[in-house]
Design a protein around this ligand. Structure first.
Ligand code: CAO
Length: 484
């Protein structure tokens, strides 16, 4: 008998009612496992919903323009025989999975996503467009077929591989804030005209930019009218009046090869450029004497060798930073959208920059004030692995209060990290080295760690930044102080 199963929207973080902007397959198409079925576009980024197994598409349950949420059925697929179609015993789910506005996902409540889902049983109806499209096309869900992509699946259990989208990413999670919200056709239209979409205000619901908005923008620019401004913590960012980017045919000077930037690089690049341009950065440097801390770390690693736990310096840095954020709460804050108020956070979620083959991502460890160094080390190692494998869920990259970028494992003496807006500070960590330090009587060899604290000077004064950096260095010099 034909084994027809449903392909559903996996865990896409905090998003609900996300428009389908592209349907990539049709009934009768053969799909490979992880092949994109549809593209969704949130206000921040696009993401593909992958086929959870190989097979033949029987029915598409959504069309372009529909809005979907986690758990909604995208398509039914007749599974090919073999391992990928089988998998472990799946959980029972409602036939028309629905999002819930009353029951926001864990990330929205500031919780760590749970390994096993089950939200669908409490779900409320989906947004109207999605609902009508889905229910109208919803026969008895594939003859007893079972969900393969179950909701709430930001999991670390054995089914993670099966459920995670191939490269889940989101600009909000990498560097939170907006990237322009427009369809691929409008993006192409804007590209043809050389229009930077981040400067165009969208007139449709949710700020979606239409072709007419782009035309209006061009008209306004051509007639010398004021460029549309977006409201925001730092103003719109428009009107910088910069020189145009140099257009150079490099092949005139020698051989060249053009390589497209990865999606993550494009997204993080847009955010980095905005953050660097709009935030008045200052970087405070400080040295920490970590001679004793390193001895403790080495001893701990020996003790925990059998348990397979490796304590890295970064785990201690996170703990020390939390103590500093508690002492200096302005660093654990964000400017609100008006740019006139500071939102102080009472939670301590710390992001760490992770270098991956596809580019920079910033996984977030939640509630670091409530976790010990060993727990943080283990969680960090699991998140760093997921990051390298391209399997982080959006919720695992959102909600950060403060970020740490460590290049200590690579080298270099100092650098000036770019603040991860809307955070107000970031710590850069370079490679420690043994240096002669004067102890009042003689030069003694000490292990010195260079710290670079970049801060938003609109929010933080230079004196406060120097105090923060000095306190951090003192804590790293003697972690017992973190208990005080
Ligand atoms: N000084 C000296 N040695 C250091 C160090 C430091 N500050 N930090 C780490 N090391 C050592 C570690 O102890 C480890 O050595 P052993 O294997 O002998 O114990 C080695 O360097 C490798 O460490 P690591 O980099 O694997 O581990 P980590 O916990 O320090 O970092 C992670 C984990 C995910 C942050 C890291 O792998 C990474 O991706 N770093 C790059 C971050 C980045 O790109 N930042 C720039 C962002 S802005 O573009």
């Amino acid at each position: 008998m034909a084994d027809v199963r449903e392909a559903k929207v996996p865990d896409i973080g905090d998003f609900h009612g996300v428009p389908v902007i592209e349907v990539m397959v049709k009934p009768g198409d053969h799909v490979e496992k992880d092949q994109g079925l549809v593209t969704l576009e949130s206000a921040k980024a696009t993401m593909e919903v992958p086929a959870p197994f190989a097979g033949t598409v029987k029915e598409m349950r959504v069309k372009e323009g529909d809005e979907v949420s986690e758990g909604n059925v995208i398509a039914t697929i007749e599974a090919e025989g073999g391992e990928s179609a089988k998998g472990p015993a799946p959980k029972q789910a409602p036939e028309t999975p629905a999002p819930s506005n009353q029951n926001p996902p864990p990330a929205q409540r500031g919780e760590v996503p749970k390994a096993e889902g089950g939200k669908s049983s409490q779900a409320s109806p989906p947004p109207s467009a999605a609902r009508s499209a889905l229910s109208a096309a919803s026969p008895a869900s594939g003859g007893g077929s079972q969900p393969v992509l179950s909701p709430g699946s930001a999991a670390s259990d054995s089914t993670t591989e099966r459920r995670a989208p191939p490269v889940p990413f989101d600009a909000d999670s990498i560097m939170p804030d907006k990237v322009p919200y427009a369809s691929p056709a409008v993006r192409a239209f804007a590209r043809d005209l050389g229009v930077d979409l981040s400067r165009v205000s969208g007139s449709e619901r949710g700020g979606r930019i239409t072709r007419e908005d782009v035309q209006q923008f061009v008209k306004s620019a051509m007639t010398g009218g004021a460029l549309p401004q977006q409201a925001g913590a730092g103003g719109g960012g428009a009107g910088l009046n910069l020189l145009p980017w140099p257009q150079i045919d490099f092949s005139k000077f020698g051989e060249t090869e053009t390589q497209p930037l990865s999606r993550i690089k494009k997204l993080s690049g847009a955010n980095l450029a905005r953050n660097w341009t709009m935030i008045p950065h200052v970087t405070q440097f400080e040295d920490a004497d970590i001679t004793d801390l390193e001895a403790l770390r080495v001893a701990l690693n020996k003790e925990n060798e059998k348990a397979g736990i490796k304590v890295t310096l970064l785990a201690f840095l996170i703990k020390a930073c939390v103590a500093c954020l508690q002492k200096y709460p302005d660093f654990n804050a964000s400017l609100d959208a008006s740019g006139e108020n500071l939102v102080l956070k009472k939670y301590f979620h710390i992001g760490f920059a992770a270098d991956t083959p596809n580019g920079l991502v910033v996984p977030v460890i939640r509630d670091c004030d409530k976790k010990g160094v060993l727990d943080i080390a283990q969680e960090m190692s699991a998140l760093a692995k997921k990051a390298r494998d391209g399997k982080l869920s959006p919720s695992e990259m959102s909600g950060g209060c403060f970020s740490i970028s460590s290049l200590g494992g690579i080298g270099g003496t100092m650098f000036t990290p770019i603040i991860n807006a809307p955070e107000v500070a970031i710590l850069g960590v370079s490679k420690s080295s043994t240096k002669p330090v004067w102890n009042g009587k003689e030069f003694a060899p000490r292990l010195i760690l260079p710290l670079s604290l970049s801060y938003d000077h609109r929010v933080i004064d230079g004196a406060a930044a120097a105090r923060f950096a000095i306190h951090l260095a003192q804590l790293l010099g003697d972690m017992r102080r973190a208990l005080l």
